[in-house]
Design a protein around this ligand. Structure first.
Ligand code: UTP
Length: 293
């Protein structure tokens, strides 16, 4: 029986929706309260039992490598000041090996995944995107890995989205349903408004078999002129089962501005250090707003 031990985190995109913040800083390093988004993703992979992570980086993404490296000067300084709690927070995760590969040009998500093919070899693997942070009792990726253990097939994480948002996502056309797992007839990338075959949207968590690389090798461009992972998944589904799994948990869209701010507010309201003051501040703001409208 095969198991999933390796994960790819593509982080080579331009992050244009967050310009100018992302001109010199990777989008994946934007902090949610006090932790960069990519760290939430790495932590989910570790909690799910992943042993090796490869981060696909690109131009201007050095800060990601520095973040997951040891910083002896900083650690030494924190020891001297006896700030042991902070020391724990800045230490490199020890339960996983993190590797890097560069995507020379941001040709799309499918291309970013393809760049990691030699590292993956002939094994099933996970892909986690930093645009989606999921808070769940059982980590989202672990839920998909359990499905893989059962089916030995590719599994794609999905959740329901409202009608007016389907054109922003990869959408599945479900065939049959068993519990939370779907057999899928079609995977469609960003369908035009009003044409989506369902409301089940692909949410940035994938378990894929290595046969996907055979389709990504062809480097065919799709929606937005990019090499789309969803198009290769659609082709993979024609030669072997690819399931979709409606995972449990609250998903945050941190890939766009409003989603990012909502995530920050929610996470800040869970942070012991600041939650009370923030709550008072928000309540005051709402009261003021009501007075002016
Ligand atoms: P997005 O399309 O959301 O990221 O890709 P983006 O292109 O950086 O963002 P915008 O649209 O310009 O604001 C989802 C994930 O795939 C990675 C991104 O870094 C992001 O984590 N990606 C995307 C790559 O690694 N390479 C690419 O060529 C495209």
């Amino acid at each position: 029986m095969k198991t999933v031990k390796k994960a790819i985190i593509p982080a080579a995109g331009l992050g244009t929706r967050f310009l100018p913040a992302t001109k010199a800083m990777p989008k994946e390093m934007l902090p949610i309260v006090d932790k960069p988004t990519i760290q939430y993703i790495v932590e989910e992979a570790i909690e799910s039992g992943i042993e090796d992570i490869i981060i696909v980086t690109g131009k201007g993404k050095r800060a990601i490598e520095d973040h997951f490296d040891n910083n002896f000067e900083l650690e030494d300084n924190l020891v001297k000041k006896e700030k042991f709690e902070l020391l724990e927070k800045v230490k490199q995760p020890s339960k996983v090996d993190i590797h890097y590969i560069r995507q020379k040009e941001p040709k799309g998500l499918g291309h970013a995944v393809w760049c990691a093919r030699k590292f993956i070899g002939d094994e099933p693997f996970a892909v986690l995107l930093g645009d989606d942070i999921v808070q769940a009792e059982k980590p989202c990726l672990k839920q998909l890995m359990d499905q893989f253990d059962e089916t030995q097939s590719s599994v794609i994480g999905v959740q329901q989205v409202p009608d007016e948002e389907t054109h922003r996502y990869g959408i599945i056309d479900p065939l049959t349903i068993e519990g939370r797992r779907y057999q899928v007839s079609n995977f469609v990338e960003k369908p035009e408004q009003g044409t989506a075959p369902s409301n089940l949207a692909i949410m940035g968590r994938y378990i894929l078999t290595p046969e996907i690389f055979g389709f990504l090798d062809r480097q065919e461009t799709g929606a937005g002129g990019e090499i789309q992972l969803t198009d290769a998944i659609q082709k993979l589904n024609e030669i072997q089962n690819v399931y979709a799994y409606d995972f449990e948990g609250k998903r945050y869209d941190v890939g766009e501005k409003l989603g990012f701010v909502k995530t920050t507010v929610d996470m800040a309201l869970e942070n012991e250090e600041i939650k009370e003051e923030l709550y008072k501040y928000l309540a005051k703001k709402i009261k003021e707003q009501k007075m002016t409208v």
